[in-house]
Design a protein around this ligand. Structure first.
Ligand SMILES: [Zn+2]
Length: 335
């Protein structure tokens, strides 16, 4: 079931209380979206499907048009998440790294909802949660843009649950920065930030050496600071988890990380499976081969990838402790 902003916030609150984290996959194609939902279903786990600007503009979704991409991506996630097969899987649709001149237009559309029309009627599809990529923004711009999104939701009379970030690739975020960023928005729009993403010593991308700079102690410190600033607990979002070892991931969850973003390693697994498929199916790709058609159709490749990818997603979900949690959530709304 696709969660709304209020239900998503309730899920994060419960994850913080019970100390588990929800896997947030930056899913790059419709097949990847399906594989992730299937992995969550088999683990009985909640799941976050998130998308960045490059997917919205990518060939599988918007083909250059980010707003069309948002509509197609959301329609795909909503159709799957609300289908009978996945109704028991709590699914959050989250906007991940979106930056550049179109940022506000895209995020405002994700909050207001994008509509798909059948000609006679139309259906409005909204994102569950929103984050803002602040990597090219000053602190003031970060605060102002988040505030603008809160104002936008208020004007429309809709709920919004936001993830606010602070230099996630820039080493450990200081207490002063957290107080300035989180404190400023919380003061003006209390309760709208449902996730705090400070720098925790990880980096986006892949690392063969892990992240010696990662600090579980920083997670704990930031969790307590966020509690003090907001007056209630909010969980942390961890970016750049691909190169982090399993023990550090478990420690991060123990200390208050409730959302773990997963992109680079996920892409790598799918890419390696695709290479294996092409390497091992060369004879069948000859047009005279009896299996030529079923091999070269997209389904041949995607099914081969799914077999290898699904177990890895399930493994990740279990590391974060969110397996078997789907049935135990008390979110406001029917599940
Ligand atoms: Zn990220």
């Amino acid at each position: 079931m696709l969660l709304n902003a209020t239900q998503a916030r309730a899920l994060f609150t419960q994850a913080l209380q019970d100390r588990f984290a929800v896997l947030a996959v930056n899913a790059d194609s419709p097949s990847a979206v399906y594989d992730c939902l299937e992995a969550a279903r088999q683990c009985s786990a909640p799941l976050i499907i998130e998308t960045s600007l490059w997917q919205l503009q990518g060939r599988s979704f918007g083909a250059g048009d980010a707003l069309l991409g948002l509509l197609r991506y959301l329609a795909d996630v909503a159709a799957l998440a609300n289908s009978e097969r996945f109704m028991a899987v709590p699914v959050i649709f989250h906007t991940d790294h979106i930056k550049g001149p179109q940022t506000l237009a895209i995020l405002k559309a994700a909050i207001a909802g994008v509509s798909v029309s059948s000609g006679k009627s139309s259906l409005l599809l909204q994102a569950s949660t929103i984050s803002l990529d602040s990597s090219e923004l000053t602190e003031e711009q970060n605060i102002e843009t988040i505030s603008e999104l809160c104002r936008h939701a208020e004007t429309l009379g809709v709920e919004v649950t936001l993830e606010m970030e602070a230099g996630v690739d820039d080493g450990l975020t200081s207490e002063e920065i957290t107080r300035r960023l989180l404190g400023s928005v919380e003061k003006k729009y209390p309760g709208k930030i449902g996730l705090w993403a400070p720098g925790l010593g990880t980096q986006h991308g892949l690392s063969d050496k892990g992240y010696p700079t990662f600090s579980a102690e920083a997670v704990s410190r930031q969790r307590e600071l966020a509690r003090e600033i907001t007056g209630h607990g909010i969980g942390l979002a961890l970016h750049g988890s691909s190169g982090l070892d399993q023990e550090s991931l478990r420690a991060a969850v123990r200390e208050g990380v409730v959302k773990v973003n997963w992109s680079s390693e996920s892409l790598l697994i799918r890419n390696q499976a695709a290479m294996e498929f092409f390497d091992s199916h060369r004879p069948q790709m000859n047009k005279k081969h009896p299996d030529w058609k079923k091999t070269v159709m997209d389904n041949g490749l995607q099914s081969f990838i799914a077999e290898r990818y699904l177990p890895r997603v399930m493994e990740r979900i279990k590391i974060l402790g969110s397996d078997e949690k789907a049935g135990r959530l008390s979110l406001s709304g029917k599940l």
